[in-house]
Design a protein around this ligand. Sequence first.
Ligand SMILES: [Zn+2]
Length: 451
Amino acid sequence: MVSCLLSLNKASLKPTATTFFFFAACLILSALSSSASFQPSRTLLSRPLNKLRRPVVILISCDGFRFGYQHKTPTPNIKRLIDQGTEAETGLIPVFPTLTFPNHNSIATGLYPAYHGIVSNSFTDPNTGDGFTQKIFNPKWWLGEPLWETVVNQGLNAATYSWPGAEVNKGSWTCPKQFCSPFNESVPFEDRIDTILSYFDLPTSEIPALVTLYLEDPDAQGHEVGPDHPRITDAVARIDKLLGRMIAGLEKRRVFKDVHVILVGDHGMVGTCDQRLIFLKELAPWINIPENWIERYTPLLSIRPPPNVSAADIVAKINEGLESGKVGNGKYLKVYLKENLPSRLHYSDSDRITPIVGLAAEGFKVEMNKTEAKECAGAHGYDNAFFSMRSIFIGHGPRFPKGVKVPSFENIQIYNLVTSILNLHGARNNGTSSFPKAVLLPRYNKNVLVS
Ligand SMILES: [Zn+2]
């Protein structure tokens, strides 16, 4: 905790948000240092590289891989990475909102969404009136410095495969054809793995220091059938098999022990059904909310009233209705002015965040009217405190101690973890600078401790 306090100023980004996110990070670090299961020996050094000249990280994200999915079926390859590496014992904590684009950009930049700018999967910038969608790659939306930009800015190659936001040109990163594959769901997962493996056939000096890979499963199945369906089990088994293909390919090239493999997901998944719905139309005795005020319905309700309408009055009327007992499931939705949201969500310090945000209880959905839509399925986007929203973190490679469990941590810590492994100077971010030291083995450098 002392080191946290000492480095407070260094890690500050925004004075208004600093205290909260930094204190939370310090708590996580305190938990790390007190965990009985987390005792990487400081007498151990990382394992020296055999074939590669410099450290390499392969960062893989499986969309919607809820923590615990790895136990649904035998997953020998995931188990191998866990047994021979480091695992977040109770999962990786996503940032809020627990949606795909905000979380992938937090993993890539180490910033909370309010600071990296991708505050939801789609939203409007009130200052310009422009709308952001998942297919917009104009750099003006994407704040912060993603890992691939950090890598190429420092003279190394980076490669991205389908990672959300990686097609955006930033700094020295121009999404080069050779190393930047856009998202294309028609490309079989096996081909994506083989493309990544082909990078290791390049001359050693050209091998990318960072390779990112995005797989859209098992999120796709989770949305359709919920987290507890045999199709999820099948999807998990398939991912494990893909990891086996990657490990075998790296072994064939005699680099598996040299490469750092980091396996994560962006968020979890929870089952939803038609008994767990909240209809805004039922608020009519208190307030009629025009549809064009609503940027997103669920699981986070995002409302932007016109500037001449008091957001505080709207919040008061909505909550009065929800608490009246006369709105179905009203007690399972709570609406806030964004500045009054729990500070642990870090979700206020951006104009792109709507002035009014509602949080649905776990597994509940918000709609305007009852519809014929199929409601029993799966969703994410909820409060990141829900265990169902957690994903996985597994690290394997020379800097990760073997067979070690670390307490859960937020995914904003991954940026510093990767830059530390690659021995690069990272951009400022919301992660804590001392986090990598708490997780990684000291760097091997001719028997001299360099951490
Ligand atoms: Zn996702």
